[in-house]
Design a protein around this ligand. Structure first.
Ligand code: NAP
Length: 269
């Protein structure tokens, strides 16, 4: 019997996870498939019931459900507990286990570009599920992090972060020595490709690496703004790869064929 895993979120049409995972299953000769499962907030309970019923072996969880699914799970791994958001569910017997592989995904993506953030100023745009993973990695690496959110009070409660949380218009006063700015908002994601979270006519600090978690489109409007300011930019494709590789191992028990997955992501991109 073919084992099915998939992606729950709203929207999910932009996702490249099916190409990546289905290439990996084929390369290892596994009778598994990865499907998109568009899920509105009021459908979470019924989709998770399909996991308990054995129809699905696991799922990835994306925007906006990374925190909303928590009450439906039986157990969280230690990283997921400390982050307070998950992106991967594994069915283990009749139990649903939650994991956060965005943490390792973001960390490995940063390592790939040799980003050095220790004792440097870094900025995180947005305060949702993936911001928690990004913030945790940056603080572990010794960065001085400012989070920019459209609702500062809500962000402080959600992130449980004692450090600097600023309103969006405070970006005008961003530290010019900022080493890294990470966009964790969905602003600029396909199909809204003309949108950017960054104010018009505000240059990014020139020494910054602009890291957009968005990977579709591969070059977002914000990345273009960064390049026009003389800054470097990368998209979220390598984070997607590494978080996906970790989820693959959790579901199948097999080491993920990273090179196959990377090629699958880069095709048509
Ligand atoms: P989420 O939990 O819904 O969080 C989104 C955050 O963005 C929230 O803080 C939200 O603010 C903020 N936001 C939304 N629209 C905004 C706007 N117009 N202006 C300012 N802030 C805005 O979503 P998520 O799961 O963290 O995902 C966010 C993005 O990261 C998505 O594009 C997702 O595809 C991407 N992502 C990529 C990877 C990867 O592997 N590359 C991994 C994870 C996520 P409010 O709280 O005020 O609504």
């Amino acid at each position: 019997m073919t084992h099915t895993v998939g992606l729950i979120g709203c929207p999910v049409a932009h996702s490249r996870s099916p190409q990546m995972h289905n290439a990996a299953f084929a390369a290892l000769g596994l009778d598994w498939r990865y499907v998109l499962l568009p899920t509105a907030p009021d459908q979470i309970a019924s989709v998770l019931q399909r996991l308990r019923g054995g129809e699905l072996r696991g799922v990835n969880v994306t925007i906006p459900h990374k925190q909303a699914v928590l009450p439906f799970l039986d157990e969280l791994d230690s990283t997921a507990v400390s982050i307070g958001a998950i992106n991967t569910i594994v069915v283990n017997g009749d139990r649903l286990m939650g994991y956060n592989t965005d943490v390792i995904g973001f960390y490995r993506a940063l390592c790939e570009v040799n980003a050095s953030v220790s004792e440097r100023s870094c900025a995180v745009l947005g305060a949702g599920g993936s911001a928690r993973a990004v913030l945790s990695v940056l603080l572990t690496l010794g960065a001085c992090v400012s989070v920019y959110a459209r609702d500062v009070v809500k962000a402080r409660l959600a992130l449980e972060y004692e450090g600097s949380i600023r309103a969006w218009d405070e970006l005008k006063r961003i530290d010019p020595d900022t080493a890294l700015v990470v966009n964790t908002t969905p602003v600029g994601m396909s199909p809204q490709i003309d949108a950017s979270p960054w104010p018009d006519n505000l240059p990014l600090p020139t020494q910054t690496l602009a890291f957009d978690l968005i990977y579709n489109p591969p070059r977002t409007r914000w990345m273009m703004q960064a390049e026009q300011s003389g800054a470097r930019s990368i998209n979220g494709l390598s984070m997607l790869l590494h978080q996906g590789a970790e989820a693959f191992k959790l579901w199948t028990g097999c080491d993920a064929p990273i090179d196959v997955m990377r090629v699958a992501l880069e095709v048509d991109h």
